[in-house]
Design a protein around this ligand. Structure first.
Ligand code: THG
Length: 263
């Protein structure tokens, strides 16, 4: 499973302060730390309530790229902010994200084509996030078909079935796993899959890291390809590396956790 480091996000106080003080230190520290932890992409999110989100996005990207060559996952619901970010990315990026809504898909898939970017498509639309796997699948299929019409092949697309906190939406868990399984049957090649892992334990759940880790390996067993996650959680990384051995995705060697981090 590919780890997309979640930590460069203005939802965290140190990153929020870095933006308002235009001080890149915390951003760069997290860029380096997440790569060392095993992240293969870095999520970049200016957070809620940024006064100038376009400038903030550019600042975070430029700060990150001074110390890291990892591809970036530009995380915003404001597509002008995404576009501004794509212009300053050195490597092809990932756009995070687009729901299955025609006007938004038009904007995002056009940007993806222009900038050769991968795209995360969300299993939601104007009506919100459906509960059952069937309805999530209908939205996934709409995303795959629309992307194809814009010349974006399924392997450039990551479908996010959308993970909700298990203390408020416990009944969604099995539906998410079922969706992950069915997505691989949609097309050949199939789209990839991604989740926001820490969502599962948001909102005052005890043992957050254990909940995240357990969800991660269960989702991997159902075919999950990538997760926006805490690359600084060594036990999560160890569990993911171990699940890859058990699922026969990597060759066993005694130092497989170190090997996973360096891949
Ligand atoms: N899908 C996609 N993108 C996403 C998400 C998703 N991007 C954002 C989010 N969800 C994934 N990233 C995070 C980052 C942090 C947390 C959860 C998900 C988190 N933060 C602490 C909290 O809320 O408790 C903040 C603590 C603090 O303020 O210090 O858990 O689902 N495509």
């Amino acid at each position: 499973m590919i780890i997309i480091g979640e930590r460069i996000n203005g939802m965290f106080t140190d990153i929020k302060n870095a933006i308002s003080n235009e001080d890149p230190a915390a951003v760069q520290e997290w860029a380096k730390k997440q790569k060392e932890g095993g992240a293969r992409y870095l999520d970049i999110n200016v957070g809620p309530g940024s006064a100038n989100p376009k400038e903030a996005m550019k600042f975070l990207i430029e700060a990150t790229q001074e110390v890291s060559d990892l591809p970036l996952c530009l995380d915003s619901t404001n597509y002008d902010v995404i576009e501004e970010g794509l212009k300053v990315c050195k490597n092809p990026a990932m756009i995070n994200s687009v729901p299955a809504e025609p006007d938004k898909m038009d904007r995002v898939f056009s940007l993806a084509k222009e900038f050769d970017a991968e795209v995360i498509g969300l299993a939601k639309n104007q009506e919100g996030i459906p509960k059952d796997a069937e309805s999530r699948m209908a939205l996934a299929m709409e995303l795959v078909a629309t992307a194809d019409a814009y010349g974006i092949s399924a392997d450039m697309l990551y479908i996010d079935p959308l993970v909700l906190p298990c203390n408020v939406a416990q009944d969604h868990g099995p539906e998410v796993f079922e969706t992950l399984r069915q997505i691989k049957l949609v097309s050949d090649p199939p789209p990839k899959t991604v989740v926001g892992l820490s969502n599962i334990s948001q909102g005052g759940i005890k043992n957050r890291e254990l909940v995240n880790r357990t969800f991660a390996v269960m989702a991997m067993a159902n075919g999950l390809d990538a997760a926006i996650a805490d690359a600084d959680d060594e036990e999560l990384i160890a569990a993911v590396a171990t699940a890859r051995i058990i699922l026969n995705m990597d060759i066993y060697c005694d130092s497989y956790i170190d090997v996973f981090k360096q891949q």
